[in-house]
Design a protein around this ligand. Structure first.
Ligand code: 5GP
Ligand code: MN
Ligand code: MN
Length: 478
């Protein structure tokens, strides 16, 4: 495929001309040169969708289904398009971090860390077939009301110092939508999703116990957020389970049929799209919101379970306030350039700068924490957006991004190498819940890009800066 490098804007911002339009790439030279023709082919397929306003890759970009993970793609709400392929299959998948009063030294003891893992697993089912422990929660309330749909006993004062924290320290506590569309949802989907609330889900979903290193230049922000050096924090990665998982394929089929009817071809059967202002577009967008409501509530309930576990270990007064919860698979209506736009973020994180009006109230002044996982053997990061991030619609990376497929990882990385990267056998061993490392070899650090190169790319592009580095101490994988 013809790719022509048009301009280097400097500061890790490149612009590439593809046959069907322009792609912005935010990456340092090392990360940029490792992007292969497949990711450009995918961008070009996506650029065939008419009237695209903007498309970019963050440095974690890698091949996905229909659209690369790491894509930000924007259309005008008036005449634009929505694409389930550019939202991603795990709708509303995202990150959550909770603060604890613990210090690294408090949990250095390996036996204690093992106890912590076991305690968490008592309350948060990690087995793919395990069933929700919250049979008293009505799924209809969750998908229509988000966090507001939870019975009071599961809400804020249970594990946060301030009553309102669960609603103010999240990117979105609730999306409103036309609930008539819920009538289309089959009983099977209601039943499966209800049975999964508060469960982690497999693959790269995780609960991680980490220790914090504050970045000097942003110490004042870290302090305002309640972070301190050596602090233990809990990072959670999960999504909308079967609710979003079943919506995706269902409406991809719906879009495919419509595209055939309209005579719109697609270069990739996994890439589907429809005008926002059609029955198909509206149906998908409205039901997507229900999945975003499910996802934030699911992470909230996972965190609730983690706190129940930590109370068993550290006593019933244990407090674990949420720092922030945000998503990296969605399409949101946002005002940009004085117009209403639909911003798709598939594997990208919104990072709003200080003072931006879309910030949740708690973070208006500082900008909100942008939570960036690395891998179970490397650092993760807590960042904050910069106003220069406007050039990328305030999107930054959502992680390190895969560098090898699951299969290729299993073929090229040995269990020994994996074990070394977790410092197995030493005092600093990163403990894992799984019985054998072989069973999660496809999740080893070597499966992912070098997160420090990814963070360097984003910082160098002036999109965000680092507030804290978080080192893994214990990991619960799904
Ligand atoms: P995704 O949302 O695309 O499924 O994955 C998000 C990112 O999470 C990956 O790109 C990777 O950088 C990160 N990640 C995957 N597994 C782990 C883990 O066990 N611990 C941490 N800290 N990060 C992980
Ligand atoms: Mn996910
Ligand atoms: Mn995810």
């Amino acid at each position: 495929m013809m790719t022509e490098f048009i301009r280097d804007h400097g500061s890790n911002h490149k612009e590439v001309r593809l046959p069907h339009g322009q792609l912005h790439v935010f990456a340092n030279d090392e990360v940029f040169s490792a992007l292969d023709h497949k990711v450009y082919q995918m961008a070009d397929n996506n650029l065939r969708i008419p009237r695209n306003v903007y498309m970019s890759y963050t440095p974690d970009a890698h091949v996905g289904i229909g659209t690369c993970i790491g894509t930000t793609a924007v259309w005008d709400l008036k005449d634009g398009f929505v694409s389930p392929s550019i939202v991603g299959s795990d709708i509303g998948c995202g990150m959550r971090v909770h603060l604890t009063p613990l210090r690294k030294e408090d949990i250095q003891d390996k036996q204690l860390r093992r106890e912590i893992i076991e305690a968490i697993e008592r309350y948060v089912p990690t087995n793919e077939r395990a069933s929700s422990q919250y049979k008293d929660i009505r799924l209809e309330d969750v998908v229509t009301e988000g966090l507001y749909g939870l019975p009071k006993r599961y809400v804020p004062d249970a594990y946060t110092p301030k009553k309102t924290r669960s609603f103010t320290h999240v990117e979105h506590a609730k999306f409103s939508f036309n609930t008539d569309y819920l009538d289309e949802i089959p009983d099977k989907m209601w039943a499966r999703a209800w049975g999964q609330l508060g469960t982690l889900g497999g693959g790269n979903h995780f609960i991680e116990i980490q220790s914090v290193i504050i970045q000097e230049e942003n110490r004042h922000i870290a302090e305002k957020w309640g972070l301190f050096d050596g602090q233990v924090v809990v990072m959670i990665h999960s999504g909308s389970r079967a609710w979003g998982g079943m919506l995706g394929p269902r409406y991809t089929r719906d879009f495919k049929k419509a595209m055939e009817l309209w005579g719109v071809g697609t270069p990739d059967p996994n890439l589907v799209y429809a005008p926002i202002n059609t029955e198909q577009g509206q149906r998908y967008l409205n039901l997507m919101y229900s999945a975003l409501n499910y996802a934030v509530t699911n992470r909230h309930m996972i965190a609730y379970g983690v706190r129940e576990g930590l109370k068993d270990v550290f006593g019933s007064e244990f407090e674990m306030p949420v720092l922030y919860d945000l998503m990296h698979n969605y399409a949101l209506k946002e005002p940009h350039r004085n117009r209403g736009m639909l911003v798709h973020r598939k594997g990208t994180t919104r990072a709003l700068p200080p003072g931006h009006p879309l910030n949740s109230p708690a973070y208006k002044e500082t900008g909100h924490p942008a939570l960036i996982p690395g891998s179970m053997g490397t650092s993760s990061y807590i960042m904050v957006g910069k106003k220069e991030g406007e050039k990328n619609f305030y999107s930054i990376c959502h992680g390190a991004g895969r560098v090898r497929s699951r299969r290729a990882t299993k073929e090229t990385v040995t269990v020994d190498q994996f074990s070394q990267s977790l410092k197995v056998g030493t005092e600093d061993e990163i403990l894992v819940n799984q019985r054998t490392l072989a069973s999660i070899l496809d999740e080893c650090p070597q499966a992912y890009k070098d997160v420090d190169q990814i963070i360097d790319s984003v910082v160098g592009a002036n999109l965000a800066s680092v507030v804290a580095q978080c080192r893994p101490m214990a990991v619960v994988k799904g």
